[in-house]
Design a binder for this molecule. Structure first.
Ligand code: NZQ
Ligand code: ZN
Length: 389
């Protein structure tokens, strides 16, 4: 394990079919005025809204609703929510939904008492809040982002074609509690479910594909990846397989709650490429990652060859006997591709509405990070996007 690090994750998790009962006890700890944040209405169709509002009523809370938080939540929607929360004097934010709703709730938490423009402050200058922040609790309905147990928040500025994530340094931005009932995820459309499965897998890859030391985090990552592969296969065949859905939910949370990043420089370039696609096309996060992953990993494979060999052997059970390292690594990526096809993931940017005319915006919208096996140039990013078309 290299480097010095701190590990602190204060989010309390309640997991399982009865998890929502714990909302009673949690609500008692926070203020009277609650903002209930949710998305485009799926929770009204599947009964989660009724179950949550019943508990809010039983606890005697004054509730204001901030509804209609879209996938890839926008800065404009954030500004609207800030106004609503200020008017109400919100003391506690309850987010019920997927990563978009939870990310939005965190952005709201740091913006309600902030005098500056939240886009400039948090998503351009990446500053930390220097104002009071509001506590956030979550009821998770979509599995993938890990937002339920981390301090990340991704906001989109559509007119600027920018989608930018800020992982806040202060753990008080992490949800105070998250309620994880795998049954809630069973009403997800297949497209969203599989996008979420790939999001989990890629979060693990982003942390795994960095560094050359012997590192506990890599062994944890391999275990998680093996389970995502197996549980993902089962969930696609039978979306109501509770065991598979519950494993995926737990995998997602541990894939991105900072644990497996410890001692790692981490890469995150697939997310930078994918977020740029999201900024230009407003498409589903997990699918944007799926479309750029294989071109990216093939591009950097030689720079991190020993890790790609290890990935092939330990994650995909590739038998390396009689093969060169390059052949073994390539076979690992081929197996990954076959699994992605089995899940029905998007493997080409064209399927997301991107085309060559967007290349300049795609390249300019990609932040270049330095933690992986190769620091990309703008020209290399262009090549990868071309190969992903
Ligand atoms: O809006 P509603 O009606 O709720 O519908 C949602 C939405 O259409 C639907 N859905 C959610 N739960 C459902 C359901 N439909 C039926 N039954 C249910 N139980 O699914 C759709 C997608 O939801 P969304 O929240 O947008 O998906 P996801 O959880 O993938 O979140 C995506 C956002 O999270 C960001 C992404 O960039 C994107 O903006 N990310 C956040 C991260 C973090 N905080 O650490 C890291 C990730 O890498 C990611 O960047
Ligand atoms: Zn992601």
């Amino acid at each position: 394990m290299l480097g010095n690090f701190t590990y602190c994750n204060p989010t309390k998790l309640y997991f399982g079919k009865e998890a929502l009962e714990n909302l009673h006890g949690e609500l008692k700890k926070y203020g009277q005025k609650v903002a209930l944040v949710y998305g485009g209405g799926s929770i009204k169709k599947n009964g989660i809204y009724d179950a949550v509002t019943k508990i809010l009523q039983e606890e005697g809370k004054d509730v204001v609703e901030i509804a209609g938080v879209m996938s890839n939540p926008t800065i404009h929607k954030l500004r609207e929510g800030v106004e609503t929360a200020r008017k109400q004097g919100t003391e506690f934010i309850l987010a019920v939904g997927g990563g978009s709703v939870i990310d939005y709730a965190k952005a709201l938490s740091v913006s309600v008492h902030c005098d500056e423009d939240p886009w400039e402050k948090y998503f351009v200058k990446f500053e930390e809040p220097d104002c009071a922040t509001l506590p956030v609790g979550t009821v998770l309905t979509m599995v993938g982002t890990g937002s339920e147990m981390n301090a990340g928040s991704v906001i989109t500025y559509p007119e600027k074609k920018l989608k930018i994530g800020h992982v806040f340094a202060d753990e008080k931005i992490m949800p105070r509690f998250s309620i994880l009932n795998p049954v809630y995820t069973m009403t997800l459309p297949k497209y969203q479910m599989t996008a979420g499965i790939y999001d989990i897998f890629n979060h693990i890859c982003e942390q795994y594909f960095s560094g050359t030391d012997d590192n506990t985090s890599d062994y944890l990552a391999e275990g998680l990846m093996r389970n995502v592969i197996e549980a993902g296969r089962k969930a696609v065949v039978n979306p109501e397989d509770y065991e598979a859905r519950s494993n995926l939910m737990w995998d997602a949370t541990w894939a991105l709650n900072t644990l497996i990043a410890k001692g790692k420089t981490t890469d995150w370039m697939v997310h930078m490429l994918g977020q740029s696609v999201g900024g230009c096309t407003n498409t589903t996060h997990g699918m944007t990652l799926a479309a750029v992953s294989l071109p990216y990993y093939k591009f950097i494979m030689k720079d991190g060859l020993p890790k790609f060999v290890r990935f092939a052997k330990n994650v995909w059970n590739v038998d390396a006997a009689g093969k060169s390292d390059e052949q073994t690594a390539e076979e690992g990526l081929a197996k990954m591709k076959a699994w992605m096809q089995e899940l029905g993931l998007v493997l080409h940017l064209k399927e997301l509405g991107a085309d060559e005319t967007m290349l300049d915006d795609l390249v300019n919208g990609t932040l270049i990070l330095q933690g992986g096996y190769r620091i990309l140039t703008k020209e290399e990013i262009r090549t990868i996007f071309r190969q992903a078309m």
